[in-house]
Ligand binder design. Structure first.
Ligand code: SF4
Ligand code: SF4
Length: 405
């Protein structure tokens, strides 16, 4: 995928390189599932010609694009289709507004710390049938959708008291709000693996990466958050961090790609230094500097590559590393998108579509019956666990558990 374009893009000209091959249409999980979405070619470059002339072409169908980036990755002409759709969503929302479910779910980072603080109340509440019914009726949050649990202790609290030993390598860790409030065990596993690999980890003060806001076309709010993130992580780079390691592919895509190219926040040293955890470990390995020792860990795992990990363009390095652990068997699912796509699978309007999109992944998991499904993306983990009943984990958790201490 083409990345790090120095100037903010002019959305009205983005359709230019399209050669009308329709490869993007066959790559789009939404277009392959429903006829109500015109598909990436028509919603993207085709409609963009008219948008550039100021003609009103948008309909509510633009919000059916889940923002998975599969079209953009597949396009042989480097048309930034997913981004064209983001600009179109922004314009459509400016005219028509956003529904309550979208507003609520894209601001989950406001509520999550409160949910975590009152975890003893919030987690059971989210599982009560009447509460789910009410949330669907009042806010449009699907009553059957997967929802997270809240942690007893936030990752932020752990990070505040944790001092990473000085080491040859130093990275800044962007843990993201899901890890902070809902899955701090993932963050602790990431830190444990990095430290075992001889890497000092620092924790700059951070805000939500804005991935969900960007996906809903709410660029103004996302800009405020990411401007603060850029300042904090630029400072971390000045303090000697060689990379910004991110556990979640969607956060990594927002920080490295969308912040500059969609939000137009200008040049930042941060963009080119953002890397997902397993790519960072892979680079250490390539340099002959990854000397981790594993204990026997009998595990039959299926690995799901998140759409946004593919979109990052670094490759999926987790399966190869996991296979080095004695006893671990990993098969790559390769069954397409799970359908959750941030808030898409949580909204009543699109939840059924999300489940249909994820049916291929669910079928393969049911055929293989692994002990666990592994994926770096928290949304994929929630959706797969929900659709299949098989537990889902971040691959860093398997690495951390298998380390010889
Ligand atoms: S894949 Fe790219 S070039 Fe082909 S139709 Fe889609 S946008 Fe146009
Ligand atoms: S981003 Fe995903 S859902 Fe949207 S048009 Fe592209 S492939 Fe389809």
């Amino acid at each position: 995928m083409k990345r790090f374009i120095p100037e903010p893009r002019r959305p009205e000209t983005l359709f230019d390189p399209c050669i009308k091959c329709t490869i993007c249409v066959s790559a789009c999980p939404v277009a392959q599932t429903t006829a109500t979405f015109p598909g990436p070619k028509q919603a993207g470059p085709d409609a963009q010609r008219f948008r550039g002339r100021g003609e009103p072409v948008e309909g509510p169908w633009i919000n059916l694009c889940s923002g998975c980036y599969r079209c953009q990755v597949a396009c042989p002409a480097d048309v930034p289709i997913a981004e064209i759709n983001l600009f179109a969503k922004q314009r459509y929302a400016a005219e028509k507004g956003r529904d309550v479910a979208t507003e609520l779910l894209t601001h989950a980072h406001w509520f999550n710390p409160w949910g975590q603080r009152f975890h003893w109340f919030a987690t059971p509440l989210l599982r009560m049938k009447w509460a789910r019914w009410l949330a669907e009726k009042l806010f449009g949050v699907d009553r059957r959708a997967p929802l997270p649990t809240f942690a007893r202790e936030s990752f932020r609290t752990f990070a505040r008291r944790h001092e990473s030993p000085r080491a040859k390598h130093k990275v800044a860790y962007f843990y993201g709000c899901f890890t902070d409030s809902n899955a701090p065990e993932v963050g602790r596993a990431v830190v444990k693996v990095l430290e075992a690999a001889g890497v000092e980890v620092i924790f700059p003060v951070q805000q939500c990466c804005g991935a969900a806001l960007i996906g809903a076309g709410n660029f103004d709010r996302a800009r405020r958050q990411d401007a603060a993130n850029l300042a904090a992580f630029e400072q971390a780079l000045d303090q000697g961090a060689e990379a910004i390691v991110v556990g979640s592919p969607s956060c990594a895509l927002a920080l490295s790609h969308e912040t500059g190219e969609v939000l137009g926040l200008g040049h930042s040293a941060v963009y080119s230094r953002v890397v997902d955890l397993f790519t960072y470990l892979h680079r250490l390995d390539e340099a002959g500097e990854l000397n981790l020792k594993w204990k026997e860990t009998p595990l039959h795992a299926a690995y799901h590559e998140a759409c946004h990990l593919t979109a990052l363009g670094f490759g999926a390095h987790a399966p190869a590393l996991l296979r080095r652990i004695p006893g671990v068997q990993v098969r790559v699912l390769d069954a397409g998108c799970c359908g959750l796509a941030g808030t898409y699978g949580l909204k009543h309007k699109t939840a059924d579509l999300a489940r249909q999109i994820g049916a291929g992944v669910a079928r393969r998991v049911a055929e293989w019956r692994p002990d666990v499904v592994l994926s770096e993306c928290e949304g994929c983990r929630m959706q797969i666990e929900h659709l299949t009943g098989v537990p889902a984990k971040h691959p860093a958790e398997v690495l951390a558990d298998a380390l010889v201490e």
